[in-house]
Design a protein around this ligand. Structure first.
Ligand SMILES: O=C(O)CCC(=O)C(=O)O
Ligand SMILES: [Fe+2]
Length: 205
């Protein structure tokens, strides 16, 4: 298992095969990242996430929000959500991420993990409404947390730490061949916010 440290080289593919993951490291200074963290904590329309699993409605401790360029409908874990429209701050972040990654995004899923007891289990972001093999750009604010990839067949694992104000991009066949997760940890007692910019297609708008 490899653990990547700074300085980040955004041209380096962290995956050895079957997709591409690029870590840009911190894309803003600490003052800027602190300001976005405070803004996001205070102003985003956070809600507890819900999922219907085996016909039972479960509510997660983690909070989520969903924003976009249009009131897209987005279905995952059998729950349909309607996107809120970009705030000026989210639009500014989207523009920066588009410039850095050379890709366009029309929506963003936001996650708020209150402390290390909250995480996200192994999954891939292969929902049918997402552009196939489209890039997913992930911005992190707040507590530094480990993030892990696991190949679906070989089970090979790749881990890295996502810094405050940092950018990670997953693209190509990554979602087809690799799972990812945010493991829980007892060591973290402060919040982390993650924004994943995505491209929704086949919407009926
Ligand atoms: O919190 C993270 O860094 C990842 C979130 C994630 O994988 C997702 O929203 O699909
Ligand atoms: Fe994901």
């Amino acid at each position: 298992m490899e653990l990547f440290e700074y300085p980040a080289d955004c041209n380096r593919n962290l995956l050895p095969y079957g997709g591409s993951v690029h870590y840009y490291g911190k894309i803003m200074d600490k003052t800027g990242a602190d300001r976005y963290l405070q803004y996001l904590l205070a102003e985003i329309a956070w809600e507890h996430d819900q999922a219907v699993i085996f016909g039972r409605k479960l509510v997660t401790k983690r909070k989520v929000a969903w924003y976009g360029s249009m009131p897209f409908e987005y279905t995952y874990s059998n729950i349909t959500k309607v996107a809120l429209l970009w705030t000026p701050e989210l639009l500014a972040l989207k523009d920066s991420v588009e410039q850095l990654t050379g890709e366009a995004y029309n929506s963003c899923l936001l996650n708020l993990y209150h402390n290390g007891s909250e995480g996200m289990a192994w999954h891939s972001d292969g929902e049918s409404d997402l552009k196939k093999e489209g890039a997913i750009a992930s911005l992190s604010f707040g507590a530094e947390r480990k993030f892990a990839f696991k190949h679906k067949q070989t089970k090979e694992k790749i881990e890295l730490v996502l810094a405050h104000g940092s950018l990670l991009v997953m693209k190509g066949a990554t979602q087809t061949h690799w799972l990812h997760r945010l493991p829980p940890t007892t060591r973290i007692h402060t919040p982390r916010i993650n924004l994943t910019f995505r491209t929704i297609e086949n919407h009926l708008l």
